[in-house]
Design a protein around this ligand. Structure first.
Ligand code: ZN
Length: 441
């Protein structure tokens, strides 16, 4: 007996589909049915074409389809400062170049910088990111319009800045942000005390209380360098991780950015607390901060995601490049070519990153989950002969192969065109903005 085809919004056919489900199934000549922004079915193209009567179809049969990538640590609007200062130590970079430039920021500039970051991320397959910066309302407007998902953090630090003169004002803004984004399907609020060296013990503890009271994620820069531990030891009598633990900042809803300078006791403390880590290999390399002990963290059971950090210290927001560097760097660091394989690197950029953001339904293509994906053009020479698409994604792809990026069943990027905003107009606005920022500095 012939059953009547089921209606769905969209049927996507894929040459190869890396589901990143529990079994990490890789399907060839596959398809996804999408309804209401969620995946209604995953299976063989032949079966799904028979079973569904879609309102629309999307032919990605010449593509490798992956879950949309998840960037667990960035400062999107820092695209404004890309190339402003390179090849300098972290302290010099931050205090002599970035902070003075940030003092001149406006909400308008932050909005444009964030839109540019969204464009760059979409064009390299990223569909969700954690952002921590100033003028969070402008950021929320930009990301909402662009159509990506994001965890948007109110940045908090005890230094008067362009956005806030006081810590109280930053915390009040965090509260307004949480109210504004309550119930939003793509944007989630969070809080980001900048670091132990820019926030007092009182400020850190207040941020932890705020996150707990509102049930939100707390993220912070932690143990990015050995010097940060030395300074923390001198000022607070403890290394960074025990200091954060004593102040109540470590828990399952905590995401530590960097985690480079961690000893065995720190790793144990992080693992026991349930906190996650955002590994930013390229930023750590560029600022010569060191190599995060990713293998040891993962072995201890810590969930580790990948982050690009801001474009001023990377200088790209491209997770394909981060996957590649992360996998290679652990082999160099451990002297073991089996360290952090391609599958582990892809997990970090997808399902583990999603889990680290407390959004575990992302980073995988499974029935009931959101239809967030990216597609790489399999006709590119570097993706041939496609023996192992996961290996290709990590070791051969650059991100430039991405031809389609979708969030919640909506195509936001296709063949070089963006649907969420007028990209040529944005470039003109960005150029004018950076000229005026430069003039004022
Ligand atoms: Zn950062």
């Amino acid at each position: 007996m012939q059953t009547k085809p089921l209606p769905c919004d969209l049927l996507v056919t894929a040459g190869i589909l890396a589901t990143q489900n529990e079994a990490r199934d890789i399907l060839r000549q596959a398809a996804l049915a999408v309804t209401g922004g969620h995946i209604a079915a995953v299976g063989s193209a032949a079966d799904l074409v028979r079973a569904f009567a879609p309102a629309e179809t999307l032919d990605l049969s010449g593509c490798l389809v992956l879950p949309g990538l998840v960037n667990t640590h960035t400062h999107a609007a820092m695209t404004l400062f890309r190339g402003l200062c390179d090849d300098a130590p972290l302290a010099v970079w931050l205090t002599e170049h970035i902070w003075p430039a940030e003092a001149k920021l406006t909400s308008e500039a932050v909005r444009a910088g964030t839109e540019l970051a969204c464009a760059e991320m979409l064009a390299s397959g990223t569909t969700c990111f954690l952002d921590a910066y100033l003028y969070v309302d402008a950021i929320a407007d930009a990301v909402d319009t662009a159509g990506l998902r994001a965890v948007l953090c109110q940045g908090v630090f005890d230094i008067a800045n362009a956005n806030f003169k006081t810590t109280d004002a930053a915390l009040a803004s965090a509260s307004r942000l949480a109210d504004r984004l309550a119930g939003h399907d793509r944007l989630r609020p969070a809080i980001f005390p900048h670091a132990v060296y820019t926030c007092s013990a009182e400020t850190l503890a207040r941020c932890a209380d705020f996150a707990r009271d509102r049930g939100l994620l707390l993220s912070t820069h932690a143990a990015e360098t050995a010097r940060e531990n030395d300074d923390c030891q001198k000022t607070n009598g403890r290394r960074v991780i025990p200091y954060l633990k004593d102040l109540g900042l470590l828990g399952p809803q905590t995401l530590l950015a960097h985690g480079v300078a961690l000893d065995a006791a720190d790793i144990e403390t992080v693992a026991v607390s349930g906190a996650c880590v955002a590994h930013c290999p390229k930023s750590n390399m560029k600022l010569a901060s060191g190599i995060a002990p990713v293998q040891a963290l993962r072995a201890a059971g810590v969930t580790v995601g990948l982050g690009t950090d801001g474009a001023a210290s990377n200088n790209a927001l491209n997770l394909f490049s981060e996957m590649n560097v992360a996998a290679l760097l652990q082999k160099v660091a451990t002297g073991d070519p089996t360290a952090l394989g391609a599958g582990a690197a892809l997990d970090m950029a997808t399902r583990d990153g999603a889990a680290a953001l407390g959004w575990p339904e992302l980073g995988r293509l499974t029935v009931g989950g959101p239809a967030d994906l990216c597609a790489l053009d399999l006709s590119r020479p570097q993706l041939c002969p496609a023996f192992d698409p996961v290996s290709d994604a990590v070791y051969a792809a650059s991100g430039g192969e991405v031809v389609c990026t979708m969030v919640a069943g909506k195509v936001l990027y296709r063949d070089g065109e963006f649907t969420g905003f007028d990209y040529p107009e944005l470039r003109r606005r960005m150029c004018a903005m950076t000229r005026s920022l430069k003039r004022r500095s």
